[in-house]
Design a protein around this ligand. Structure first.
Ligand code: DUC
Ligand code: ZN
Ligand code: ZN
Ligand code: ZN
Length: 483
């Protein structure tokens, strides 16, 4: 059975043009004028774009004494409802746990996925076993390793551990990722705030100012450079971090930054809301920032110094957030966004003229597929690519509301925002998961996407830069004067 999408305008990261798209066995098999198939999807008045890829989600993640409340079933359905056709989640070994055992846990959870998915592997501890297992992980098609520079006492790794792991990434052709916040300083400032009686959610933001993120981003960039590895900085939320990334790029370093849709449109005033629940629901790390930082992030997307827009989707219910009443450090960190990333970015970015439609496709899909090394299977409207497609109606509107969302939690941080531009059809490998705006996703349809190591960037870098290679011995150590 061949499906054909007719009468639409294709929008890719670099082109906008009118053509039909023919789909067979889950793949795009032809693009051109006047194509015919057994089933027609009418895209008149709509744009045909590659489905969104969310490079950063935490589905059913054990974290801060609980589990995030969207699992691979509700999370990937929410993704599809909003035009995202692939998510990349983080397999998270407990410190001391085998990476391959952690991977089995994520394999089991993801069996219910409704859209395709891949994993990053977190490095939460370091020894020879981890060093060895990283190779087996890359052989499973996972070429990205995440390092938490924050969450002292649980997930955080130190500089020596990061340096070892980054060098291993360079050897394996893998890319390290960092959550860049200075965990020592955050721990110290949190303790001081609590001791002074600052126990509410606003203190979460006070404990993690932009400086802790800027410092950690710059440190990670320098460590990656010494290791001969590229670097992907997750949830870039402030000018200080963006500045470090910009400078690195100008110096020829392969570094990418990933702002979240939340940081682009929501600001720190949310934490001053008189309602404790309202503020706590918005507690995430890094926290929301002021407008100056938002302007910097938008500028980065337009200029290309920031590459990908993600969600860090890590959804907790109000009841879970209330674990932190009386102590902000116990509020589970995380917000949702999987369903809203594309409509909100389109409305606040494309409709306002801050980014073009082609830049929208680049930062929500194509750049991500390239950096994570699954392009052009994903992120492309090309013959041979997976038919992960969105037929986007730029005139459709809605008001974001928790009452109508797919996500399993009881609120939405974007509540009340009016969006214009919504998916009319969403196809996941040819299967129509959103039909005229109605969700008909199927749990279990999603498949794991293997991302082979040795993307072009990684290979080039580790050949070019090997600062850790043995150095020539130029002196014996005895002064020549013989004193
Ligand atoms: N930040 C969050 O807010 N939640 C999950 C993990 C993270 O780094
Ligand atoms: Zn993080
Ligand atoms: Zn409220
Ligand atoms: Zn995260």
């Amino acid at each position: 059975m061949r499906k054909v999408i007719k009468n639409g305008t294709i929008v890719t990261a670099d082109l906008t043009y009118k053509a039909d798209v023919l789909i067979e066995e889950g793949k795009i098999c032809a693009i051109g004028p006047d194509l015919s198939g057994d089933e027609v999807i009418d895209a008149a008045g709509c744009y045909i774009m590659p489905g969104g890829i969310d490079p950063h989600t935490h589905l059913e993640m054990p974290f801060m004494g609980t589990y995030s409340s969207d699992d691979f079933a509700s999370g990937t359905k929410a993704a599809l409802a909003g035009g995202t056709t692939m998510v990349v989640d983080f397999a998270l070994p407990n410190p001391g746990q085998s990476l391959l055992d952690a991977l089995k846990v994520w394999d089991n959870k993801s069996a219910q996925a409704a859209c395709d998915y891949s994993f990053h592997m977190a490095i939460t501890w370091w020894d020879e076993q981890v060093f060895d297992e990283m190779k087996a992980v890359t052989e499973r098609g996972i070429n990205t390793f995440k390092h938490f520079m924050a969450y002292k006492g649980s997930l955080m790794v130190n500089d020596d551990e990061m340096f070892s792991s980054f060098k291993r990434c360079a050897e394996l052709g893998a890319t390290p990722l960092v959550h860049a916040e200075n965990g020592d300083l955050v721990a110290e400032m949190s303790a001081k705030l609590l001791a002074e009686g600052n126990t509410g959610p606003e203190a979460h933001a006070y404990s993690r100012p932009a400086q802790v993120e800027g410092e950690a981003t710059n440190r990670a960039i320098m460590i990656a450079d010494m290791a001969g590895a590229p670097l992907y900085v997750v949830h870039t939320s402030c000018e200080e971090s963006h500045e470090a990334i910009r400078r690195a790029k100008m110096n020829g370093k392969r570094v990418w930054g990933e702002p979240l849709i939340q940081h682009l449109v929501l600001d720190e005033s949310e934490y001053a809301h008189p309602d404790w629940d309202h503020a706590a629901r918005r507690v995430m790390s890094p926290p929301f920032r002021d407008k100056k930082h938002q302007d910097s992030l938008w500028a980065g997307l337009a200029s290309g110094t920031l590459s990908c827009v993600a969600t860090d989707h890590c959804a907790f219910t109000t009841e879970q957030k209330r674990y932190g009443i009386g102590d902000f450090t116990k509020i589970p960190n995380g917000t949702g966004g999987l369903e809203d990333r594309l409509p909100v970015l389109w409305s606040k970015g494309v409709n306002t003229g801050r980014i073009t439609m082609n830049e929208f496709v680049a930062v929500t899909s194509t750049n991500i597929a390239k950096v994570l090394n699954c392009y052009p299977q994903k992120g492309a409207v090309l013959v041979g690519a997976d038919a992960d497609l969105v037929v986007w109606d730029p005139e459709a509107t809605k008001t974001i509301a928790a009452d109508t969302q797919v996500s399993a939690i009881d609120y939405n941080v974007f509540e009340g925002i009016e969006v214009k531009g919504l998916p009319k059809y969403v196809l996941t490998r040819g299967f129509v998961a959103v039909d005229q705006g109605r969700l008909q996703a199927q749990e279990g349809h999603g498949q794991f996407v293997a991302r082979d190591p040795n993307g072009t960037v990684n290979t080039a870098l580790s050949k070019w830069k090997d600062l850790t290679a043995p150095r020539p011995v130029v002196r014996s150590g005895i002064p020549a004067s013989g004193v």
